[in-house]
Design a protein around this ligand. Structure first.
Ligand code: G3I
Length: 462
């Protein structure tokens, strides 16, 4: 697989008793760079002062190809399940960190920060807790002990914690859970204070879904955050999960991020995925690409928006098909780990040019010529097996030709090197699809045809 580069180092998930080793790929193994298309997302994001993360489970990290892409593209890792209550305290007072430790180890080897997820939630709780019929006093002790043990165990290893997850209903009312039944909203402050005590260096977040745009639920989160800040409770940021639907990305994301930032808080997009009804079509992929671009741009527009994390990165592994039958394909890479148009769009939003297109065919012809000049066109066909969203076509003129004027692309030329970039409206080249760019140029007597072309830095045939 050409897209998966770099040495893969196999590390043992010590003491796991699970089916196999977790594969950890070192950050130093990531491919060298130089051309904008070949630059991993994490390098582009770093240039923009943000982190780009992904969620992964121990099982997924055992897939070597997967682990290599995770290490190459992302500089932050969220355990998708392995730090949740049912994983970390399966029996009362009995703590189990092997799974979470394996994720932390993979992140360390790849030079990635860890977002801890999650200390206090109503879901994925062990049976002893949900069925225990505890008094409020007992629950208070149980929650504090859990936070002290888990956040304490990962002290110094976790950059940020989703301390409280999903406290609200869609209408902005407080969700009815064992925590709110016992303590009302006060459990949030208690949890944040306990987390600060357990790991004073970690950034502490409240995290929720359907709070990306401006709506009743995000208003409720805003009011909670405002009250916590005013009361001096240790809250450092809010997480906007971002489980979105193709073609239905809410407006107002930037404005929403801005209002949290104005409270002095960091904001993170913590679980981005944008699902579609199956089957996948080129049109849906193109819309999905624009949707991803919009979310990343909204984050980049506000300096307190510190990171974008996708909830997994490949359609090979995703929670969507299990939870929303008939839907899926929500992530940046397809099941074969090929970058999708959404990847190109995120790459471009961070200032890159999109992933290399490993498979293109080019036809070059002179359409008219006169003594000092000529007009020409280049037809480029995408035979890479994946749709492309955003492209740069490059070639060298062998006999000093100079472009005067071009169409269907934005042309630039340095010396003999010509660069033609899509004009936006023609950014998408579907599987087997073509685009034609044209130009007029001058020459000084000889007009040899270019010998090679590159599409998004990969060589083309023809
Ligand atoms: O561990 C059991 C396993 O023993 C059993 O054989 C198997 C059979 O289905 O289920 C396994 O549990 C599954 C668990 O993931 C671990 O794989 C659950 O059924 C499944 O429901 C659970 O889904 C997780 C989901 O949270 C639960 O709410 C997803 O993997 C996880 O990606 C998802 O993540 C959440 C975030 O934490 C919070 N925000 C929403 C996001 C998406 O739902």
């Amino acid at each position: 697989m050409p897209w998966v580069r770099g040495l893969v180092v196999v590390g043992l998930a010590a003491g796991l008793g699970l089916a196999g080793p977790v594969v950890v790929a070192g950050a130093g193994d990531r491919a060298g760079v130089g051309v904008a298309q070949d630059v991993p997302l994490r390098d582009l994001a770093a240039e923009r002062g943000v982190r780009i993360g992904s969620a992964a489970t121990v099982e997924e990290l055992r897939d070597g190809e997967y682990a290599a892409v995770s290490a190459r593209e992302f500089d932050m890792l969220t355990p998708g399940n392995d730090m949740k209550w049912d994983a970390t305290e399966p029996a009362r007072g009995v703590f189990s960190f092997e799974r979470g430790d394996a994720v932390v180890e993979a992140a360390r080897a790849a030079g990635q920060q860890v977002r801890g997820h999650t200390l206090v939630w109503h879901s994925q709780l062990p049976g002893w807790l949900t069925e225990g019929d505890f008094s409020a006093v007992e629950l208070d002790g149980i929650m504090r002990h859990h936070i002290a043990e888990v956040a304490g165990h990962y002290r110094g290893e976790v950059y940020a914690w989703d301390v409280v997850n999903e406290p609200f209903n869609e209408d902005g009312s407080l969700r009815d859970t064992l925590w709110t039944r016992a303590f009302g909203v006060d459990y949030v402050a208690t949890a944040l204070r306990a987390a600060r005590e357990a790991d004073p260096g970690a950034k502490l977040y409240v995290n929720d879904y359907n709070v990306e745009g401006l709506n009743a639920k995000s208003d409720a989160l805003y009011e909670l955050a405002r009250d916590l800040v005013a009361a001096g409770v240790p809250l450092d940021g809010v997480g906007l999960q971002g489980h979105l639907i193709v073609g239905a990305v809410p407006g107002g994301i930037r404005e929403n991020i801005e209002r949290f930032a104005a409270l002095g808080l960091d904001v993170a997009i913590t679980e981005l995925d944008i699902r579609m009804g199956l089957p996948v079509t080129a049109e849906k992929l193109a819309t999905q690409a624009e949707d991803y671009r919009a979310v990343v741009e909204a984050c980049l527009a506000v300096s307190r928006c510190v990171s974008v994390t996708t909830w997994g990165f490949t359609d090979r592994y995703s929670w969507i098909p299990d939870h929303f039958p008939g839907e899926g394909a929500a992530l940046l890479f397809d099941e074969d780990l090929r970058p999708k148009p959404a990847y190109d769009a995120v790459h471009q939003a961070f200032g890159g040019g999109g992933a290399p297109v490993e498979g293109c065919r080019v036809g070059y012809r002179v359409t008219n010529s006169w003594s000092t000049g000529f007009s020409g066109e280049v037809v480029v066909t995408n035979v890479s097996g994946r749709p492309v969203s955003g492209w740069i076509l490059e070639w060298d003129f062998p006999s000093g030709q100079r472009i005067d004027h071009g169409w269907n692309a934005v042309f630039s030329q340095e010396g003999t090197a010509v660069r033609a970039r899509d004009e936006g409206w023609n950014a998408t080249i579907g599987v087997g699809g073509s685009v034609t760019v044209g130009f007029t140029a001058r020459h000084a007597g000889s007009n040899e045809a270019p010998v090679s072309f590159r599409l998004n830095s990969a060589g083309c045939d023809g």
